[in-house]
Design a protein around this ligand. Structure first.
Ligand code: NAD
Ligand code: ZN
Length: 251
């Protein structure tokens, strides 16, 4: 359990800040039942995501790529936001949080009610045909018949997420850059900060003069390098308590 003093410290920093941006990762959704890649029960125990999740595997060996994708789709389609997602939505409504740059592909920040969400790695909510571009919601994909095919032309289909070997969509990159370089507090939540260029957003914020604070049970390469401190707890517990503290002060 994170001591009260650390919750108060973070709440004070949030209160002082005028432009807050969050950078979120897979740890944020663990309490929603979605395993991270590297953690226990994560996909890396079963598959090498860089192989199964590579764009060339999807194009040339779609049946193999869809073994991993169908596992992810099943997990994500039934998941619901957790206390941490809802607390970030509340922080946006309070006028404190300007944007979330998320590496997650589960869409849960949107479901929780956040409007300013930059999906740095795209999302798994829909799939598009790699030949003709025809798009359908993921819920319509028959995961019992793999690999799925385009209903229009029979071509191979791809979730609207960024695969290994693909570039980050330029709009997401430009927007993230803008948000990171103009915030005065960046909250780095539930990310191991090892996937680039997503992790570089924390450096951009730091170099532009922002305070960087992490929420993560474990240290990351940012800890002690650019983050001014780390609140070592789960994002659900920490964020809920911080938002409650802010509400108590404003009551
Ligand atoms: P990661 O798996 O590399 O790291 C997860 C981090 O979460 C770790 O640092 C861990 O200490 C921390 N963590 C564990 N439990 C936590 C909790 N309860 N609260 C807060 N933090 C907790 O994840 P990453 O840095 O996001 O990179 C993995 C890549 O995999 C990303 O690019 C992402 O696109 C993708 N991915 C996404 C999902 C998803 O959409 N939910 C799930 C798995 C992987
Ligand atoms: Zn098609």
């Amino acid at each position: 359990m994170v001591p009260e003093s650390e919750i108060v410290r973070l709440a004070r920093d949030i209160q002082k800040a005028s432009r807050i941006v969050a950078l979120s990762g897979a740890g944020m959704s663990i309490e929603s039942g979605i395993a991270s890649f590297r953690g226990p029960g994560g996909l890396w125990e079963k598959y090498d995501p860089e192989e199964y999740g590579h764009i060339n595997t999807l194009r040339y060996e779609p049946a193999k790529a869809w073994i991993m994708l169908s596992d992810m789709q099943r997990e994500i389609l039934k998941a619901q936001p957790n206390k941490g997602h809802y607390a970030l939505a509340e922080l946006e409504r309070m006028g404190k949080l300007c944007a979330i740059i998320t590496q997650n592909v589960d869409g849960l920040h949107h479901v929780a009610g956040n409007r300013e969400v930059i999906e740095f790695h795209g999302h798994l909510q829909s799939v598009s045909c790699m030949d003709c571009g025809y798009r359908v919601p993921s819920a319509e994909v028959d995961l019992e018949k793999l690999p799925p095919r385009c209903a229009q032309c029979g071509g191979p289909v791809k979730p609207d997420a960024v695969f290994f070997g693909e570039a980050i969509p330029s709009e997401a990159l430009t927007r993230s850059h803008r948000e990171a370089s103009t915030c005065d507090l960046m909250l780095v939540i539930g990310t191991s900060a090892m996937v680039y260029p997503a992790a570089s957003m924390a450096d951009i914020a730091h170099d532009a003069g922002a305070q960087v604070v992490e929420i993560n049970p474990s240290p990351t390469p940012l800890t002690g390098r650019i983050s001014s401190y780390i609140v070592k707890g789960s994002s659900g517990d920490v964020l809920e308590r911080v938002v409650q503290q802010l509400k108590d002060w404003s009551a």
